[in-house]
Design a binder for this molecule. Structure first.
Ligand code: SF4
Ligand code: SF4
Length: 353
């Protein structure tokens, strides 16, 4: 961190900063929408809702719920009516910059689970990459973690900066702005803020520490990937864990780190488009094959896949990183109170017995 990097944004200066940013970027900010808090484009008069965790994470800004991958059209050859040519037009996202301001640190960290799958290594997803490169995350450190939060179990924290470009730390009736990347530094410069004073910096650090202390202590999870693997064939365990589940899928749709998708073609006459849509591994249809066979016909097998993917298969492939940022949305939104923390801890204990 370079001296003078930390700036102070007074509370009343926040809307002005967002307004400035929205002149050249699409700025998505949490706003009240009915009972939910959603990331919506900032417009004149928009009110930011920063006091509670947004209902859904900012996932769809980089990985839309539905996106067109390409358009196609069959064209008949007038001289040879039995022949057709196929024109394909790729529909890559544009290069406009998007700023997501006011997500929680866990929301930004969620993309570090996507990156090794979509944006690095052998197989690159140009749609994901284009949006990811042009999106800047300004995260707001949490002051009051909820009782469903467990970011500290999976390497995060209320003031974690992984995945963020700027971290906003509440202090002194405003926010200390801590740029994390060069893109973040440029975004902060737009606000023309004064340097944060040493007192403001100290208060920001103190409040961040207090928030971290309010989380329940993190258990040791190092052995969990192996323990879950050992339990793979133990369907009694998984039936017990899935007993309450009604396969509604709320947990997957609201999860910042779930990335399964489906690809389908939609036609109208000779034209069509290929679309990608989010899928849901808790649904019976997720693995339903055209033959009628379903390798995961029971909810126990589906829950095993969901928890196993996040806490066993993914960390085994990706340097022991869990595919969960501990946001707690799956716990909060589950109509049947299924708690992924209890499943992970039960797996740890059950395998020991
Ligand atoms: S599994 Fe649950 S706690 Fe973990 S990132 Fe997904 S919604 Fe959040
Ligand atoms: S939200 Fe709860 S009930 Fe719905 S699929 Fe997920 S675990 Fe099952």
């Amino acid at each position: 961190m370079v001296m003078g990097d930390l700036k102070f944004c007074p509370k009343e200066g926040l809307s002005r900063w967002v307004e400035e940013l929205s002149r050249e970027h699409t700025v998505l900010v949490p706003q009240q929408a009915g009972d939910a808090v959603e990331f919506l484009p900032f417009a004149e008069g928009s009110e930011l809702s920063l006091d509670r965790q947004p209902t859904a994470p900012p996932k769809k800004s980089v990985f839309p719920q539905t996106e067109t991958l390409m358009r196609f059209e069959y064209q008949k050859d007038p001289e040879h009516p039995d022949r057709q040519t196929l024109q394909i037009k790729e529909t890559l996202p544009g290069k406009e910059k998007t700023v997501i301001l006011g997500c929680r640190p866990c929301g930004a960290r969620g993309f570090s689970v996507f990156d090794p799958v979509f944006g690095q290594g052998e197989y690159l997803d140009p749609y994901y990459q284009a949006r990811r490169e042009h999106t800047v995350f300004v995260s707001l450190a949490c002051r009051h973690p909820e009782n469903t939060c467990f970011c500290n179990w999976v390497g995060g924290g209320p003031a974690d900066s992984a995945g963020s470009d700027v971290l906003m730390l509440p202090a002194g009736g405003g926010y200390v702005l801590r740029p994390v990347t060069d893109q973040g530094r440029q975004i902060v410069e737009v606000g023309g803020f004064e340097d944060a004073s040493p007192e403001q910096q100290t208060e920001a650090d103190r409040l961040a520490e207090e928030a971290a202390e309010n989380l329940s202590p993190a258990p040791e999870l190092e052995e969990v990937p192996d323990k879950l693997f050992e339990l793979f064939e133990n369907l009694d365990f998984w039936e017990l864990m899935a007993a309450k589940c009604i396969s509604c899928g709320a947990c997957t749709y609201l999860c910042p780190t779930c990335y399964c998708f489906n690809i389908s073609d939609e036609y109208s006459g000779l034209q069509g488009k290929r679309i990608r849509t989010w899928d849901n591994c808790m649904s019976n249809l997720f693995t339903h094959e055209a033959s009628g066979h379903n390798p995961r016909p029971t909810k126990a097998q589906r829950l095993r896949n969901r928890v196993g993917h996040k806490f066993s298969y993914y960390p085994k492939l990706h340097e022991q990183v869990f595919a969960c940022c501990g946001c707690g949305r799956c716990i909060k939104s589950c109509p049947m109170s299924v708690d992924i923390r209890e499943i992970v801890l039960s797996a740890k204990e059950y395998a020991d017995e």
